[in-house]
Design a protein around this ligand. Sequence first.
Ligand code: R5P
Length: 291
Amino acid sequence: MADNEGFKASKDYHLDVLPKQEGFYVKGLDHCDWGMKNRLSRMFSPRSGNTVMLAFDHGYIMGSTAGLERLDLAIPPLIEEVDVLMAMRGALRSCIPPQMDKAVCMRVTYDASVAKEDMTVGSGLSADVQNAVMMNACCMAVQTFIGSEGESASLENLCRTIDAGTRFGIPTLGVVAVGKQMARDTKFFLLATRILAEMGAHVVKSYYCEDFEKVAAACPVPIVIAGGKKVPEDEALNMAYRAVSEGARGVDMGRNIFQAENPKMMARAVGKVVHEGFTDRQAYEFYCDMK
Ligand code: R5P
């Protein structure tokens, strides 16, 4: 009970100062409630508006992956270089120190593994929203397969996750996967990113492509780009630079960081592009100097 003794009467209401009415800085998400905005602010830097997400969820379909043979050794040194860790709950629980303070984007779907012929069929939910709360996730990630046989099931996973997450103030990241029969072209990415956003995804993960500017413009929420297969470090930085220059709000990169010759410095160089306005050349020079 507050003590009434010595109670100071309130008097300064700053009547001449209007309350701030700025919109929320993360694209398309001004309508969200405070908790969701707070989680999004842990993902997207309030200073740059962008994010560096480190994806190390590959094991959920690929098993042990080069560079991730020992998650407990590979990931902890990279944590301070990135904004968000994207992973499965098993990897987080067993290999990531819980005292770290970065945002977590927890993948909540399972999908067909590389052992299956068609990896777009047979997805389902691997974790529910209560589990995401238990893991203190800032975001839940759902894989989708637009244009493939698994499209409907994956959109069902996406919508159920968005519904559940909205009740708890947890945003959902819709991941665009490209089935074997789909072309990785502007038309496909325009279609897929827009579908996920219209379903209610708060953030969309997609691939950089030709005319990416149009894809980013037509998507009403932020797009973060996937890194894709390992390429030389200067090429990966060039892709990140072009994507951010053309409207991506950051990257969700895996192999091009943890398979780099120096993963820690690569993560830092990516951050220079995403947050500090470095060109790809400047970032690559920085990387070469540091490694
Ligand atoms: C994509 O669907 C999954 O999230 C991957 O595990 C992740 O995106 C791969 O990242 P990268 O392509 O940068 O290695």
